[in-house]
Design a protein. Structure first.
Length: 435
């Protein structure tokens, strides 16, 4: 985790102290269940909670023990025994390390998902507010980077709102899929531990029992989780790239907020660069990169190997921390985005009405011209205007083939900008509901 791109709320989920507290809770809840079914004394379970609940685990001491044992869970259990005393012999009975590790990881991933869902909600709120603010602000739609037909800036933001709404749904699903618990023993057969222990721990930790595990919880669940984060990151990048393009000097239809005292370049004092959205593009690449090792972790040897372990120790914190930071940065970017309607109108007018060419094409076909002829008539009048030679409407009115089908009034009617926005309300209702 890079401090520059880390928020404390998400980072705390992955701190060693948090991890050891979760490990303890798993072990203590398991002891409760073992005591309830008579496998260990009830007083032992009570002592385990009494001695270690609320304790601050000595991370340095655990690391010291691990340097000797070369095993992180054994190091923790040894340190726990130092805190609990003789009753610690009843801890971890019938369990294997992965019961603790996998259940803990899933607790951490569900907590991270909760934060990420909250982040998306902030992005959605910012997008909705700005979308309604610019619901009918005319701007040019572009395909292949070239002027196409008019849209509104509100629609551009509505596109993003719909996309992040889907992102939220996917993340809720991914959270549910990864929220499982395994306390099933060395190879998942419950040979040394009763399934009721798993059910008790799952309920206590806010999870559900894994229907069938080996020594590990199946990693297809985690692959889907990290793949979902990667798709969300792609949505972050899509909106960021849109803003970067709109901020180009030749376009300048929207711009990142530039604060008092901010500097854009060490060499050129005039620069105002889209650094936030460029940063978001880079962060999105990293989140997507973490999805690949998660998918490769699905294929483990037999009931388990540890080829997934090292990768997960990195991708778990890094992917969630990075996406958390990116989503919050995106929410702030949208909230403070500077929008320039006058420049949007200027760019709309730049091609002298060529953006209405499809309306002319359709009008001609409706008045009897074949589509092939109509396309030819419109295109031959559009190309000189494209080169900066003449006015589109004037050329059309002088074209004898066009005039066979359309009057001057018919031609003028096709240049109505508002015509393109007659269904904006319908689209907004589809995206935002009745509001």
């Amino acid at each position: 985790m890079i401090p520059r791109y880390t928020r404390p709320e998400m980072a705390s989920i992955w701190e060693p102290q948090t991890r050891f507290k979760i490990w303890f809770e798993i072990e203590a809840h398991a002891a409760d269940a073992l005591a309830e079914i008579g496998t260990i004394p009830k007083e032992a379970a009570k002592t385990i909670w009494a001695k270690a609940k609320g304790a601050t685990f000595d991370v340095a001491r655990i690391d010291e023990i691990e340097r000797e044992t070369k095993h992180d869970v054994i190091a923790f259990l040894t340190h726990l025994a130092e805190i609990v005393g003789p009753e610690a012999r009843f801890v971890h009975q019938g369990m294997t390390s992965s019961d603790v590790l996998d259940t803990c990881l899933n607790v951490q991933l569900t907590r991270a998902a909760d934060l990420l869902i909250s982040d998306i909600d902030k992005v959605l709120a910012a997008l909705k507010k700005r979308a309604f603010e610019h619901k009918m602000t005319p701007t040019i739609g572009r395909s292949h980077g070239i002027h196409a037909e008019p849209v509104t800036f509100g629609l551009k933001l509505a596109y993003a709102y719909a996309e992040f709404s889907r992102a939220r749904e996917r993340l809720v699903t991914a959270r549910k899929e990864v929220a499982t618990c395994a306390i099933s023993g060395a190879v998942g057969t419950f040979a040394q531990i009763d399934p009721r222990v798993e059910e008790h721990v799952a309920k206590a930790m806010g999870l559900v029992p894994e229907p069938i595990s080996t020594q590990v919880i199946p990693r297809d669940r985690h692959a889907m989780y990290f793949a979902t984060l990667g798709v969300i990151a792609s949505s972050v990048e899509r909106l960021s790239i849109e803003i970067r393009h709109l901020q180009r000097t030749e376009v300048l239809e929207a711009e990142e907020f530039f604060s008092e005292g901010q500097k854009g370049s060490s060499a050129m004092p005039h620069k105002r660069n889209p650094v936030l959205s460029e940063n978001l593009t880079g962060l999105s690449r990293m989140v997507r990169a973490y999805a690949m090792p998660a998918m490769e972790n699905v294929a483990l040897w037999h009931e388990r190997d540890i080829s997934h372990s090292s990768a997960e120790r990195m991708i778990g914190p890094d992917a969630t921390v990075t996406l958390d930071f990116a989503l919050m940065r995106l929410a702030g970017l949208v909230e403070k985005l500077l929008v320039y309607p006058a420049n949007m109108q200027k760019n709309l007018d730049r091609l002298g009405g060529l953006v209405h060419s499809q309306r002319l094409l359709i009008a001609l076909t409706q008045k009897g011209a074949s589509r092939e002829d109509a396309y030819k008539y419109v295109q031959r009048n559009a190309m000189p205007v494209w080169r900066g030679e003449g006015d589109f409407q004037t050329l059309l009115k002088k074209d004898p083939d066009v005039k066979k089908h359309l009057t001057d009034a018919d031609i003028e009617e096709q240049f109505d900008l508002g015509y393109h926005f007659k269904h904006v309300d319908t689209i907004f209702r589809r995206v935002f509901g009745e509001s």
